[in-house]
Design a protein around this ligand. Structure first.
Ligand code: SF4
Length: 402
């Protein structure tokens, strides 16, 4: 393994050479699928669809995650990134009804809400001294147009100029643009001028239209998702990308999804981070879902790291996978973990029990438990700060390493 000194705080651009210099354990070097994948990465090649599919049925999760962890170590050493963020959802009213979604409500539902600009600001206020990002998505509101979002972002930036606004999924943008009779480019231009700093990447689900028809009929098509992100990248707006797995897709669909994102990244280059998360079934409407086990969650994290060589960061989304599996994911290829969060509704409505009262110290403690070094970052991965080790507490239990 490389020493921490060999890896800059922001990660290494020479990761393929770093990988080549590493000792390769026997369970990887003697395995034809994994050793081929390793060679492809070292030699600036691409792991192809066939190898990707073989990794999904590989009989050794241990060897697969070890390879992914090697690549993570070659890029980022023991660094694990996080930011101090707050989730504020703008509304749960939505004109669509995706079958996996436990968050949306119809406008007349007793739990339906829509935050006014002032209410939104009030949600941020208690956290404004500690967070550096507000993460905001919501339903497709039947009457809000671009003016509402412009006012929201302008007012937020004028009250909290140092807080980065990461907001709007691709389908929200499509909806706002349509309701406002604007193109996607023009909508983005206006929202950027109002203070929008990046897009979070939600709503990708599985970028295979036959799957989308079954789980989120009426949402943007696979190509529309990619085109909207390309438009953002063309305007210099960084975005993330996601994958919802464990619904009705096959493992081959997951590989197709990753390959579409990888191709898009070759074209437009603005994806910062890939965030795969499993479907939470408790309160939604997909009885035919093929729920993901812990083995599969870690496998998806590992394969993401190996397939997506041109997307720098792979995130463990603790809101979905919980803190224990999140900790394990940091040893299986993930280099980033979201986040302090403060308030989260979408996954908690679907059954998540991940604690919401984490501060930066708690999160740094969790990262230390995975034998990693916590590095606090800003939203666009351009500023970094090492977090010192927590005071030793004998009561903290360590997760089982894979
Ligand atoms: S996932 Fe988004 S678009 Fe689909 S129903 Fe839920 S809030 Fe609406």
């Amino acid at each position: 393994m490389l020493t921490d000194d060999a890896i800059p705080l922001q990660g290494s651009s020479n990761w393929r050479s770093n990988l080549d210099a590493m000792d390769v354990p026997e369970h990887i070097s003697t395995d034809s699928t994994l050793s081929t994948a390793l060679r492809m990465l070292i030699e600036h090649g691409r792991i192809d669809e066939d190898i990707g599919n073989r990794m999904f049925s590989h009989d050794s999760l241990f060897a697969l995650t070890a390879l992914a962890n090697m690549v993570k170590q070659a890029r980022f050493g023991t660094n694990v990134y996080f930011n101090d963020n707050l989730h504020v959802n703008t509304t749960n009213i939505c004109v669509l009804a995706c079958r996996f979604c436990a968050f949306r409500k119809g406008p007349r539902h007793s739990d339906a809400y829509e935050l006014s600009v002032e209410e939104y600001i009030h949600r941020i206020e208690p956290y404004s001294e500690v967070i550096n990002e507000v993460h905001s998505v919501g339903g497709l509101h039947p009457s809000w147009t671009i003016e509402h979002y412009e006012e929201l972002y302008r007012e937020t930036k004028s009250r909290f100029p140092l807080i980065h606004i990461k907001s709007l999924t691709a389908v929200e943008l499509k909806h706002i643009a349509k309701r406002s009779n604007l193109s996607i480019h023009e909508s983005l231009r206006r929202l950027i001028a109002a203070g929008l700093g990046s897009l979070p990447g939600g709503g990708a689900e599985i970028l295979v239209d036959s799957v989308r028809d079954r789980i989120c009929h009426g949402k943007e098509s696979s190509q529309e998702y990619l085109t909207i992100h390309q438009a953002a990248h063309e305007l210099g707006l960084p975005t993330n990308c996601t994958m919802l797995f464990g619904t009705v897709e096959t493992t081959a669909h997951r590989i197709q999804h990753m390959m579409k994102l990888r191709n898009q990244q070759d074209i437009s280059g603005g994806f910062q981070c890939f965030v795969p998360y499993p479907y939470l079934p408790e309160f939604s409407r997909l009885p035919d879902a093929q729920l993901a086990s812990v083995n599969e969650i870690l496998r998806v994290i590992a394969i993401s790291r190996l397939m997506l060589d041109n997307i720098p960061h792979i995130k463990a989304y603790r809101m979905n996978i919980g803190d224990d599996v999140g900790c394990l994911a940091l040893q299986c290829g993930a280099d980033d973990i979201d986040g302090t969060v403060g308030n989260e509704e979408i996954m908690h409505e679907a059954g998540s029990t991940t604690p919401l009262d984490f501060n930066a110290e708690d999160l740094a403690g969790l990262i230390y438990q995975s034998n990693s070094i916590p590095v606090k970052r800003n939203s666009i991965y351009s500023e970094f700060a090492l977090i010192p080790p927590p005071i030793k507490n004998d009561d903290i239990s360590l997760p089982i390493a894979v």
